[in-house]
Design a protein around this ligand. Structure first.
Ligand code: BES
Ligand code: ZN
Length: 648
């Protein structure tokens, strides 16, 4: 667990502007009298004004039915020397009659001053953290009166802010400039912006950001394509977004167009290769629009980040953040771009109301991703992805236990870090549930329904319960006979993989399985028919090798296919996991290099886990000690727990 100091202070902010001390003191008194240990309000239903949909967000202190943010004007200076951002967040707010305060989420921020309506210093209080839930940070309560339209918070981030990863030049490709990127999902935006940090609150924003000269800065907004002379950048985001989609990257970054509305940002020496790899982006965007309606966000660009980025991708609006491990040289890992692009509808347009409804973001996105892949690369290709998803889901359900409540689509994350909800359940069980719904009515009816779902709920939140109502009304009732006997509650509120889960057969994997059989029966590795295999066929091959495979057999495969040290991170990762399990030491040096150079959590977890499970904890600790400083907070957090690492 990440440790940070618990500060508690109340401050009459000093200012040379006029100040109504008397009313400020009165409000202050009320705040003091009411101050008690803060818990997220679970029992007050919060209301999304645009839909009248009730939901409680157990991961935000904000009480949005009293006072809610609408627009952010952010002015920030990024300081690579101190690894801090100093900023001014001017929030335009909307309050309901009777509201006495507005509550923001913060974590690890130093709040310097709060000003109301750009003139009156405010009374504010930073509450204690909640015992056992330090990941929520601290509520910032600001007293308001009915005339308050804007609240401006002056603050600094901490060098250990969880959302921010500060890279030194050696951690970048071109090694000339430092680099900074953010990762806000799920509840880390509050570590760099004081905000109402729940997916159910949307706002527009403007920003002015100063970075060192020579660097480009990018945000989830209209973006520059060239480095400015003075390091100043202005941003505008006119579509309202939730705070988990706020993002920023700064560094030595170049841009290259791919299509009319699509392009790639990356470090200068890499940008051509990235643009080449992602050259199908425009086709993906057009296919996505054909499927589920117009793209609502203007441009769609991707930034390929340095390798410590902890995820494969992050759907920051207008600018997907991506790991460089998708740049495989043969376009075989671009499904990730289809995935993040699909979020422009599922997630960014229609947004899960709370993290318990995460499957509405990710399950729909995996489904939609596959439809884009099918449209651009054909059914046989998309079928391979579906089968890999299924295999991975089975493994996840086995890990959790088939009766575990963590295998419900509708999650139970109250009191827990929402990061615990990130698993194949939301993603793959979610996608398979939608495939089941599709299979009953056929694609035409289903696609019509999804189109309508995205357009009627655009820029709104969705709870699982509201989705069920919507689904019943618009799809199940009108097609009653076809859905006869289907129990959707079993999928949504029940554990495991229901028996009616669609079965997918992949023709291309049947061929792979045939080759594995041959190998098992003694055909030398070099004689197997593997030409034209994509990454997915290789993954199938490695995953399906018998558990009893000998080190001699592994050696033979390695000699024929050069898995150890493979440039393709997916293949390398799958192979190293097997190598650890089978004690195939030949791969260990390259495995260690891999772990020290890549920070994508999906790759790290299985390798460290395999070391722990096979009694190679010492090796795990030795490698982790070396690699940990290069990992992002979210990867550190997971590995710390896995390895029992004590944070000093
Ligand atoms: N939004 C997620 C990443 C995420 C989820 C970050 C929850 C923090 C909390 C993103 O869209 C995603 O799913 N990324 C996957 C991509 C894959 C499924 C194609 C990843 O990073 O592996
Ligand atoms: Zn996703």
């Amino acid at each position: 667990m990440h440790a940070f100091s618990v500060t508690r202070f109340t401050k009459f902010a000093g200012s040379n502007r006029d100040m109504d001390f008397k009313s400020a003191a009165t409000i202050g008194l009320i705040v003091f009298l009411c101050s008690c240990k803060q818990q997220p309000e679970n029992n007050t239903p919060l209301t999304d004004q645009s839909t009248n949909m009730n939901f409680n967000d157990p991961h935000s202190f904000a009480r949005i039915n009293e006072a809610v943010v609408k627009h952010l004007n952010w002015k920030a200076t990024v300081d690579f020397n101190t690894k801090t951002i100093s900023a001014e967040a001017e929030w335009t707010i909307e309050q309901q009659p009777g509201a006495e305060k507005i509550i923001f989420d913060t974590r690890d921020l130093t709040i310097e001053q709060v000003i109301l309506n750009n003139e009156v210093p405010a009374i504010f209080q930073l509450k204690d953290t909640v015992a056992g839930q330090s990941f929520l940070g601290q509520a910032l309560e600001i007293s308001i009166v009915p005339s308050v339209k804007t609240v401006t918070i002056f603050y600094k981030t901490s060098p250990s802010a969880a959302a921010l990863q500060w890279l030194n030049p050696e951690q970048t490709k071109d090694k000339k400039y430092p680099f900074l990127f953010t990762q806000s999902q799920a509840i880390l935006c509050r570590t760099w912006i004081p905000t109402q940090d729940g997916p159910g609150v949307r706002f527009t924003f403007d920003a002015t950001v100063k970075v060192p000269q020579g660097m480009l800065a990018l945000m989830s907004a209209e973006n520059p394509q060239q480095i400015s002379a003075d390091g100043m950048y202005h941003f505008k985001m006119e579509q309202p977004i939730p705070s988990y989609l706020m993002s920023m990257a700064a560094g030595d970054i170049a841009f290259k167009a791919v299509g009319k509305e699509t392009g790639v940002y990356a470090e200068p020496s890499y940008v051509d290769a990235c643009a080449e790899e992602l050259s199908d982006m425009q086709a993906m965007l057009e296919s996505a629009e054909k499927l589920y309606g117009k793209y609502q966000w203007g441009r769609y660009d991707v930034i390929v980040l340095p390798p410590s980025f902890p995820f494969g991708g992050m759907e920051n609006p207008r600018i997907t953040f991506a790991t460089p491990t998708i740049i495989a040289g043969d376009k075989s890992l671009v499904a990730l771009v289809a995935h993040e692009l699909a979020h422009s509808w599922s997630g960014n347009l229609v947004t899960n109301a709370t993290w318990n409804d995460f499957w509405l973001n990710e399950g729909f996105t995996v489904y939609f991703e596959n439809r884009i892949m099918e449209a651009v690369y054909g059914k046989d290709y998309a079928d391979m992805l579906k089968v890999l998803e299924y295999e991975s889901l089975v493994e996840t359900v086995n890990d959790f236990g088939k009766d575990s409540a963590d295998t419900h689509l509708r999650l139970h994350l109250e009191g827990r870090d929402p990061d615990e909800g990130v698993s194949d359940i939301a993603y793959n069980k979610g996608a398979y549930f939608l495939r089941l719904l599709e299979s009953k009515v056929g694609r035409e009816t289903w696609d019509k329904f999804l189109n309508q779902y995205f357009s009627e709920n655009a820029f709104r939140v969705m709870t699982t319960d509201a989705f069920i109502v919507y689904l019943n009304k618009n799809l199940i009732e009108p097609n009653k006979e076809k859905y006869a006997g289907l129990d959707i509650n079993e999928w949504i509120f029940g554990p495991g993989i229901p028996a009616n889960c669609p079965k997918i057969i992949s023709v291309r994997f049947e061929q792979v399985d045939g080759e594995i059989n041959k190998f098992n029966q003694g055909t030398p590795a070099a004689q197997l028919q593997t030409s034209n295999w994509s990454t997915h066929e290789w993954l199938r091959f490695i995953y399906q090798l018998p558990e009893t495979i000998s080190t001699d057999q592994m050696s033979a495969l390695d000699n024929a296919f050069h898995f150890t040290g493979a440039g393709n991170a997916e293949i390398a990762d799958a192979w190293y996991e097997l190598a650890i399990k089978r004690n195939y030491k030949t791969a260990y040096t390259d495995m260690e290099t891999f772990l020290c150079s890549v920070g994508r959590r999906k790759f790290l977890t299985p390798l460290y886990k395999a070391m722990v499970n096979t009694g190679q904890q010492d090796m795990a600790m030795r490698i982790y000690t070396k690699a940990r400083p290069g990992y992002h907070y979210v990867a550190q957090n997971t590995m710390d727990e896995l390895l029992g690492w004590q944070v000093k």
